[in-house]
Design a protein around this ligand. Structure first.
Ligand SMILES: Cc1cc2nc3c(=O)[nH]c(=O)nc-3n(C[C@H](O)[C@H](O)[C@H](O)COP(=O)(O)OP(=O)(O)OC[C@H]3O[C@@H](n4cnc5c(N)ncnc54)[C@H](O)[C@@H]3O)c2cc1C
Length: 488
């Protein structure tokens, strides 16, 4: 009989919880508990469509409690705050302290004991890293959450109305700090915004700018890709530049925004020069850090720095020795996502600490770091979560069981940047990277990925793929019959 606690109910946490509930049955005395502060699940990839008015928020947000009731998972609407992996003076078992967000119980603290813990708390959206960034206290909008996406669409509609009256305007979409990740999401929002402006017949009045921390287009935080297309070798840079040219989208690369005022962003470039760009609308993604979780040993000593890296992401089975970028090896990346000090603790999705950059980090002459952080997109987040759930289920049955693996140097990811959401007039730029992290041990060719499975396609099919992904993954997230047959 085991008690497994999953922190977070996003793509990683929810996937882990569903698999754990399938593998460790309640009737056998096992208990799976999910702790997450919001009552809902947000299918984040489709926030792009909410942010351009193509999808209602209701289609990307679902109540968690009925889903968990159906699969026999206990749900606590709360923030995880402190982890005691060795227990404490009052408790021999490890536990996590949680703080309720349930209406009427806000702020109540509960101690939840565990035999196994999965940290899947995702990213903290660090808008504070750039003064003036963000929808609540700043001057920009975002699509990182469903509510941010609603805000983005409200603001974009005003732009369309003004442009219809003949005003000449500028909109920006991109990354709001030199160390952001998720360039794929910014890229997708840019294309969707361009599509909406064209549909509204106002594109001639609106200049569209893509502002990115990538040193070159197509880097996507993974150092770009080399692939074969129509018999020719090409790169994600050439491919992406041509997409931008076709759509007349002006791209600014190597940017580190340092301040956003009303209608004006100040940014440094790779040379260290400072520029200002005025805007009428800006969707700029924030950099990510880990959630503010703390850890304590059995004597109450703070061991947060032992369990988490300085950015707040949980350390797992990776090489955190801080090697120079030039010396990194595929083996440095985690395989099992098990914490090495506390073997009953795992991290999945964005919550695990990556050992180093994938894309080459750069610093300009002012010392400003301009370095896309390693992406941990939805597909690997789900695959890693399933692997962690299977490892835990095996460990419950046999403490010496071999752990399952899902190394990002071996698994692939698909990134589909679609525009519009109608069946017939949408298009999508679909990219497959196999593996996500270049692996010279597996692939000796240029780019160190599989030369044909790694690819880029543009067209209606990719768009159908994105629609299919939306409906299939929402079906899976709702744990409807046969959900586990749908791959992550
Ligand atoms: C706009 C956008 C579009 C994207 N499009 C794609 C795409 O097309 N394809 C793709 O593969 N990826 C895409 N991604 C990336 C994908 O959404 C992320 O990789 C994925 O959501 C990461 O999953 P996660 O579970 O690690 O984090 P999240 O999904 O962010 O989940 C984290 C969970 O933890 C909870 N939590 C936070 N703090 C605590 C706490 N203290 N205690 C307990 N719970 C806590 C949160 O409420 C949430 O439930 C996109 C991202 C964005 C922002």
């Amino acid at each position: 009989m085991a008690q497994v606690v999953v922190l977070g109910a996003g793509i990683a946490g929810h996937t882990a919880a569903l698999y754990l509930s399938k593998l460790l049955k309640k009737k056998d005395g096992h208990k799976v508990i999910v702790v997450s502060p919001r009552p809902t699940y947000n299918w984040i990839p489709s926030n792009i469509w909410v942010g351009t008015g193509k999808m209602d928020r209701k289609k990307v947000v679902y109540k968690l409690a009925p889903i968990y009731k159906k699969v026999g998972v206990d749900f606590r609407q709360a923030f995880a705050r402190n982890i005691f992996p060795e227990g404490s003076a009052d408790s021999v078992r490890p536990y996590v302290e949680i703080e309720s967000t349930l209406p009427g119980h806000e702020g109540e603290i509960e101690k939840v004991e565990y035999d196994f813990l999965v940290n899947a708390t995702g990213p903290k959206l660090n808008f504070a890293a750039t003064p003036g960034l963000g929808p609540s206290e700043g001057n920009t909008t975002s699509v990182c959450s469903d509510l941010h996406a609603v805000d983005a669409w409200e603001k974009l509609q005003k732009i369309i109305e003004r442009a219809k009256k003949g005003e000449k305007l500028r909109v920006i979409s991109g990354t709001g700090h030199g160390t952001c990740t998720c360039e794929g999401a910014a890229f997708e929002y840019t294309f969707n915004m361009d599509h909406e402006l064209r549909e509204a017949g106002v594109r001639d009045n609106v200049e569209v700018v893509y502002m990115t921390n990538e040193a070159e287009l197509g880097d996507l935080g993974v150092g770009g890709m080399v692939f074969k297309q129509d018999g020719y070798e090409t790169t994600s840079r050439v491919w992406t530049e041509s997409l931008f040219r076709e759509r007349d989208i002006h791209a600014l690369t190597g940017c580190a925004p340092t301040k956003v005022e009303e209608g004006k962003v100040t940014y440094e470039d790779l040379e260290g020069d400072t520029h200002e760009l005025s805007f009428d609308f800006a969707m700029l993604l924030p950099p990510f850090k880990g959630q503010d979780l703390k850890a304590f040993d059995k004597n109450g000593e703070d061991i947060t720095s032992k369990v988490f890296n300085p950015a707040g992401f949980m350390k797992v089975d990776a090489d955190y020795s801080g090697k120079p970028y030039e010396e990194w090896a595929p083996e440095d990346w985690p395989r099992t996502y098990q914490n090495q000090d506390y073997k009953n603790m795992f991290a999945a999705g964005i919550a695990f600490a990556p050992p180093h950059q994938i894309s080459r980090p750069r610093k300009n002459k002012n010392g400003t770091v301009i370095a896309p952080a390693p992406p941990r997109t939805g597909m690997p987040s789900g695959v890693i979560a399933r692997s962690v759930a299977m490892s835990i289920a095996d460990l419950v049955k046999n403490p010496n069981a071999k752990l399952h693996t899902a190394a990002m140097t071996e698994i692939s990811a698909t990134c589909v940047a679609s525009t519009g959401n109608s069946l017939f007039d949408g298009t999508a730029a679909a990219m497959v990277m196999d593996p996500i992290i270049p692996n010279p041990s597996l692939h000796k060719n240029k780019g160190h990925r599989h030369p044909t499975r790694t690819r880029g396609e543009i067209g209606l099919f990719g768009h159908w793929e994105k629609l299919l992904i939306h409906y299939a993954f929402v079906y899976k997230a709702k744990a409807l019959p046969g959900w586990s047959l749908i791959p992550e």
